[in-house]
Design a protein around this ligand. Structure first.
Ligand SMILES: [Zn+2]
Ligand SMILES: [Zn+2]
Ligand SMILES: [Zn+2]
Length: 83
């Protein structure tokens, strides 16, 4: 399955990677993958049962930031614990 190559930022407090930009798509060259340029052009519509989701990102860490990522911050706040 195809994967997105992305730039992102790692929060040092929790280690989570947050995607900031999709740089490129790594094409898996499979005819059974709808996201690939090799997907059979005749295979489409309801008959197409091919893969249509991306695999895990190929992550390129371009920056880091202190503290927690937004998701972890929100989770903290939801619990009433302020970071
Ligand atoms: Zn693919
Ligand atoms: Zn297909
Ligand atoms: Zn986090």
């Amino acid at each position: 399955m195809c994967r997105q190559i992305s730039d992102g930022c790692v929060s040092r407090g929790c280690g989570h990677y947050i995607q900031t930009t999709v740089v490129a798509i790594a094409d898996c060259q499979s005819r059974q993958c709808r996201l690939s340029s090799s997907h059979a052009p005749s295979c489409r519509g309801p008959a197409c049962r091919c893969n249509q989701t991306y695999g895990p990102d190929i992550e390129r860490t371009t920056s880091t930031k202190p503290g927690l990522c937004d998701q972890c911050l929100e989770a903290r706040m939801a619990q009433g614990l302020h970071a």
